[in-house]
Design a protein. Structure first.
Length: 387
C-alpha cells in the first residue's frame, strides 16, 4: 500500500491485504451473519464463510455476493431495472452525481448495472457516517467499496475532512482508475425536488490541481437520473414532514435511518430506470475561467440539474400526482383513468401505514403527492429550457 493511500485510512474502502482481518470481524458478528444468511438463503454458514474468504478484493466480494443479492431483489421487489448509458464510454472512469431517493439502493443498483453494461468495475460510494450505526456496518460498507463522508465532525474539523475527501476522490479517478458515486446533495430530497448543492461541487474542487474548472474536469462528472416508479419510503418521508412541522426540535434517530434502509431495500419499487447524461467536461470547457467561484459552482449545479431533470423517466403515477395537485396544466393526457385509480389506491395504502399521534391525513397526502409530482414539473421546465 503506497504512502499516499495511507493518508485516507480513516475513510477509504479496504485494500486486498486488509480483507482477512475484516472478514474475521464480520464473520464473528451475529448481526452480519444474519444479514449474510438472508442475502444467500439456504447455504450453510461455514460454506458461506469459506466463499467470503475466497474474495481477494472488494470488487470480488461485490460480484460474488452483492450482485446476486441485487439480481434477486430486482426480481422480487421491482418490475425491472435498466440503465441507459449510451452517452458515456464504458472504458472511461467517471464521478456519477445523481439525485438521491434510496439510502442503500441508489448506489447499489448502479454497481449492478455497471457490471451488466460491461464497465469492468463498479464504483466507490460516498456514504455519510451518520448511517454507520454499528461497527460491523462500517466494515461492511468499506468492503462494499464505500468511502466515508465525515458529517459528524466538529466545525473545526469539517474543512480538513472535506479537503481529505476531495483529495481522495481525485485519487480514485486518477490513480485507482475507478468510478465514484455521490449524491447531488447531503441527504435525500424528501420532496423529490432534486437540486444539486453547490457546496458539493465546492468540496470536489478542493482536490486536484489548477483552477476550479480544471479540478471539476479532472473528476469527469456524469449527471445520473434515477427514477423509481414507487418509493417504498414515501410514507416515512411524509411522516417526517409532519413531525418536523409539529414537534419543535424533532430529529431523526439512527433507528429511523435503519428503518428507512430496510424499507427502501425490501419495499415495492415498481419499475426502476437509470439514465447517464453526457459527461460535463465539454460544458466546463465553455465556461469563463475568470468567473467568480460562487457563480461558477451555481452555474455547474444548474447544468447538472437540467441534465438530471431532462432524463427522468416519468411514470403514470407521477402524472396523476401532478394532475391532482395542479389541474389544468395538461398532465391528464399522460395516464388513463385505470392508472389514476391504481395510483390513488397505492397512496391510500401508504397513508394507512402511517401511525402518528395527531395524524394530519390531508397534509400527509399532499406530501406524498408532491414527491411524485415534483419530477414532472422539473422535467417539463428542463426540457423547455433546452429548446
Amino acid at each position: 500500500m503506497d504512502d499516499e493511500l495511507r493518508r485516507y485510512d480513516a475513510i477509504r474502502p479496504f485494500e486486498p491485504e486488509e480483507l482477512p482481518e475484516a472478514y474475521d470481524r464480520l464473520l464473528a458478528d451475529g448481526q452480519f451473519r444474519a444479514v449474510l444468511a438472508a442475502a444467500v438463503p439456504g447455504v450453510p454458514f461455514e460454506a458461506l464463510a469459506g466463499e467470503v474468504r475466497k474474495c481477494k478484493s472488494c470488487l470480488d466480494f461485490q460480484v460474488k455476493f452483492c450482485y446476486g443479492f441485487l439480481k434477486r431483489l430486482v426480481k422480487t421487489a421491482s418490475d425491472g431495472c435498466d440503465m441507459d448509458c449510451s452517452a458515456v464510454d464504458r472504458a472511461s472512469r467517471y464521478t456519477f452525481v445523481s439525485n438521491h431517493r434510496d439510502i442503500v439502493l441508489d448506489s447499489a443498483l448502479l454497481d449492478m448495472l455497471l457490471i451488466d453494461a460491461g464497465f469492468g468495475t463498479t464504483c466507490e460510494i460516498a456514504i455519510g457516517d451518520n448511517l454507520l450505526a454499528a461497527p460491523w456496518i462500517k466494515d461492511l460498507v468499506r468492503l462494499n467499496k464505500s468511502f466515508i463522508v465525515e458529517r459528524s465532525a466538529g466545525l473545526r474539523e469539517m474543512l480538513a475532512s472535506s479537503k481529505r475527501m476531495a483529495d481522495y476522490m481525485h485519487y480514485v479517478i486518477a490513480r485507482k482508475h475507478d468510478n465514484i458515486w455521490i449524491a447531488q446533495r447531503e441527504g435525500r430530497a424528501k420532496d423529490s425536488d432534486d437540486r444539486t448543492q453547490p457546496s458539493v461541487l465546492k468540496m470536489m474542487a478542493m482536490g486536484g490541481d489548477g483552477s476550479a474548472i480544471d479540478r471539476l474536469r479532472q473528476l469527469h462528472i456524469v449527471p445520473l437520473a434515477i427514477s423509481y416508479e414507487y418509493d417504498p419510503c414515501d410514507y416515512l418521508k411524509a411522516m417526517e414532514f409532519q413531525l418536523r412541522r409539529d414537534v419543535p426540535g424533532w430529529k431523526k434517530t439512527k433507528a429511523d435511518d435503519v428503518m428507512s434502509m430496510q424499507t427502501g431495500i425490501m419495499g415495492r419499487k415498481g419499475r426502476i430506470h437509470y439514465h447517464c447524461s453526457t459527461c460535463i467536461d465539454a460544458f466546463l470547457d465553455t465556461l469563463d475561467p475568470a468567473m467568480p467561484k460562487g457563480e461558477l459552482f451555481d452555474t455547474v449545479a444548474r447544468h447538472i440539474d437540467r441534465a438530471i431533470h431532462c432524463n427522468y423517466r416519468l411514470y403514470a403515477g407521477n402524472y396523476v400526482a401532478a394532475d391532482t395537485l395542479w389541474p389544468g396544466e395538461g398532465y391528464g393526457e399522460h395516464f388513463t383513468e385505470a392508472e389514476r385509480r391504481v395510483f390513488e389506491d397505492y397512496v391510500g395504502g401508504q397513508l394507512a401505514r402511517i401511525e402518528l399521534e395527531g395524524k394530519d391525513e390531508p397534509f400527509l397526502r399532499e406530501c406524498i403527492l408532491r414527491m411524485y409530482a415534483n419530477p414532472v414539473r422539473n422535467n417539463r421546465a428542463a426540457l423547455a429550457a433546452t429548446v
